[in-house]
Design a protein around this ligand. Sequence first.
Ligand code: FAD
Length: 356
Amino acid sequence: MSATKNIIIIGGGISGLAAANRLADLGVEATLIEAGEYPQHKVCGEFYSPECVSILDEWEIPTPVSINETHFISENKILKYNFPNQARGVSRFECDYALMQRAQRKGIQFLTGTTVQKIKSNYTLTLSNGKTLNTEQLILATGRRSTLAESHWNHSTKTKTPFVGIKAHFEGLDLKHRLEMYSLPGAYLGMSQIEGHKTNVAMLAKTDCVQAAGGADKFVEQLLEQKQSKKLKERLKPGKRLFKKWLTCGVPKFGNRSVASWPSAYLIGDANGAITPVCGDGIGMGLTSGIMAADYALQKKSDSFQLDWERRYQKRLNWGALLQGIMLEPTFAQLLIKTAHTFPKITDLFFKKTRE
Ligand SMILES: Cc1cc2nc3c(=O)[nH]c(=O)nc-3n(C[C@H](O)[C@H](O)[C@H](O)COP(=O)(O)OP(=O)(O)OC[C@H]3O[C@@H](n4cnc5c(N)ncnc54)[C@H](O)[C@@H]3O)c2cc1C
């Protein structure tokens, strides 16, 4: 059975949901297809940079924790930085669900638990439930792992994953209004508060290191025994992990993706290019590119959309890669912290360059 839709969004993470909400506000009919169900936990630091705040406030999405400063920590060295504007904390479990409910209330149709398996030219989508859908305009928001957008003809499901994302919620850690970032051997970790006095602890680790340790749980155990992790171990001591096991996911390399340039297709969020998590800007890029795609789709200008995407996000991907390289090497992180104590403008520079 086949049906035709005006606009289809594939992927209902932060970017697809942003596009859906914007289209709903513009009074445009659209269908969003999401492989998973709502609500669901996602491997993410759950830190919402200042750029996200006005968007989520306007849409009345609750973001209950305000975050005003960050501490970069490497062994015994700390660099403190006050955000120029307030950031926020809330779990993706709550935020994505609230965004989905808002879009649905405003008329967006959701097909959840449904995977798009194939995209054929002019766009015919084959769904996991055996049905097909046709559309003239496609918004691809399939995240960093899907290869769906890479070519019309080669829908490989395998991506190389040099990193592993690891995350769990804790109670009993009192971070108040601060984001803490730790540079560790083979990994870096961020923690900040979310709703209900809980804390999200998320890290990005090198796949080789996690495999060598025999899995994520053992990797974290061994990591906490290293001398560079002394401060982190003390910090986590009073906490109780609320997830039975650390939640994990394979993470492909960051930066630009070699995506197909299809007419009337708009790639948003990590599907177009993923910024390193250390920047805390992936959610912001997802929200803003989702809104941008909706606006361009309304004008049917996919070429201009891609040019605008590159103008807006390209440079920050490179700065993000540099900052991540530093965070994955505690000696480099210490050097950066020392330099930033002498030249404080460096911290401001990194903050601005990873989001301008
Ligand atoms: C360890 C880690 C920590 C991070 N921490 C932060 C942070 O603190 N702050 C921040 O701003 N950013 C952070 N990020 C980045 C942020 O998580 C991402 O940039 C953001 O989630 C991207 O949103 P998205 O909508 O593009 O993709 P996703 O949120 O990945 O959503 C993609 C969706 O598409 C669906 N999908 C995929 N293929 C199909 C298909 N074929 N059919 C149907 N549905 C499909 C998936 O089920 C998924 O729900 C972090 C990333 C990592 C790895």
